[in-house]
Design a protein around this ligand. Structure first.
Ligand code: ZN
Length: 444
């Protein structure tokens, strides 16, 4: 089986390409519904096979209902001289996302009820939404608002909120088994980069890379509006979620901060072990957190009625960097090197999932003679011959049909790749046989 993603890892271009893709998606005014989502999905679909799903307004999805579809063409605030002092064409963050249409003159006092600023960051534009309460509003820099001293302004939001659809995209890559790995990211934010065009780029590039190789698992990538998209997907796909063996929600992976992994609600899923292992051997600063019922769409995947083995991979998490949900989460904040590094970590996790197995030692009574079986000549000449020898002994000893290779890697302290290589070598010399897919272990 070909599972190596090494070619992609080594490419120095990959981070710049990911950043270029983010640059392409950045200007689009996205929301949880509407043309911005469709345009974004078209651009993703130009790179990977993507099925577009449209769920009609009013469709009941568990305790929720698909909202009206929102679209926007233009918005501004004009001063007494008819000048646009706030212009949607300069930044789509200027409009309270999901604003209902408005076009009239308002007093400054009334406008103040509809203006959002960040007094602590007077030059920045905040990002605000009002999906489920009909309202209109403008998000502007505090500096600008302080200078707006006219008694009356003309406000215009040329938007529509009407029956339509919620749109999401799904990329399915069939592997050798029906067992699935779910990778999910949200696509509902307008011009914001780390949260979460970084996740969109990572998922897209990962799907591209996986599409080029044979895999044991099937891979399902979801590009969905946050919360309501995950709820809608789970509602429509409830019958198939039992095939999901591992899953990751990907968000905020474009800044150089430490990696943060939030475990699945189960806390001991295969994905939890795989990510903890990869980060532990990455040489990168990182932190592991237990599940909490807030955050991104892991909240839905890990709701008690599903309790799927889905964790969340980020760098500095949402809400913990100052630029979060502001105009400063822009193309300068996300860095090509950080994007490439995040992709590399995700690929390493997938390599562990793909290659993790249980073996049985076919010569379990006392140690086999490795030299006589040609094992030493197989590893002879390597600089790491001693550690490779130890890895062989670890795999032989713990391949009792119960321990997975990841268990053995954790117990030995060696990186998974070395243990996996040792197992392949031993299997190739007739000393190990594969027991079964790793699922039978993790499901107990
Ligand atoms: Zn967000």
């Amino acid at each position: 089986m070909t599972t190596s993603l090494a070619d992609d890892r080594e490419s120095p271009e990959i981070g710049r390409a990911m950043h270029g893709f983010i640059t392409d998606l950045y200007p689009i005014c996205r929301s949880i519904t509407g043309e911005g989502v469709r345009e974004t999905l078209r651009k993703i679909g130009a790179r990977i096979p993507l099925e577009i799903v449209e769920v009609p307004t009013g469709t009941a999805v568990f305790d929720w209902s698909i909202p009206k579809e929102w679209n926007i063409r233009d918005a501004y605030i004009k001063n007494g001289r008819g000048e646009r002092i706030v212009d949607f064409r300069n930044s789509n963050l200027h409009v309270l996302n999901y604003s209902v249409p408005v076009h009239r003159k308002v007093s400054r006092a009334e406008l103040s009820e509809h203006v959002f600023t960040l007094p602590d960051r007077p030059e920045w534009i905040p990002y605000r939404t009002s999906y489920y309460k009909e309202n209109w509003g403008f998000c502007i820099s505090h500096r600008l608002w302080e200078g707006m001293d006219e008694a009356e302004y003309e406000v215009c939001i040329d938007s529509s909120l009407a029956a339509g659809f919620l749109t999401y995209g799904e990329c399915f890559l069939r592997g050798e088994t029906d067992e699935e790995v779910l990778l999910s990211c949200h696509i509902c934010h307008p011009s914001l980069c780390n949260d979460n065009l970084s996740g969109v780029a990572l998922a897209t590039f990962l799907a591209e890379a996986l599409g080029r190789i044979r895999t044991r698992y099937s891979y399902r990538f979801l590009f969905i509006p946050g919360t309501i998209g995950a709820i809608a997907w789970l509602h429509r796909n409830e019958a198939g979620v039992g095939r999901i063996r591992h899953g990751l929600v990907i968000a905020c992976v474009g800044v150089p901060g430490p990696f943060t992994y939030k475990k699945s609600r189960r806390g001991n899923s295969g994905i939890d072990a795989a990510v903890v292992h990869v980060l532990g051997h990455s040489g990168r600063e990182h932190q592991i957190r237990d599940f909490t019922p807030y955050g991104y769409d892991e909240r839905q995947y890990c709701s008690p009625g599903f309790n799927l083995p889905v964790g969340a991979l980020s760098r500095t998490p949402h809400g913990e960097y100052p630029e979060y949900h502001t105009s400063e989460d822009n193309l300068d904040l996300v860095r090509p090197a950080a994007l490439a590094e995040s992709l590399r970590i995700a690929q390493s996790v997938i390599e562990v999932l793909e290659k993790n197995r249980r073996y049985r030692n076919l010569n379990p009574k006392c140690e086999p003679r490795l030299g006589a079986r040609g094992l030493y000549s197989s590893i002879g000449g390597r600089a790491d011959i001693k550690t490779m020898e130890f890895a062989l002994l670890w795999v032989l000893n713990y391949s009792d049909g119960r321990h997975t290779l990841l268990d053995i890697a954790e117990r030995s302290g060696y990186p998974f790749g070395r243990i996996s290589e040792a197992a392949e070598l031993l299997a190739g010399h007739g000393l190990l046989e594969e027991c079964c897919l790793e699922k039978e272990v993790t499901s107990t």
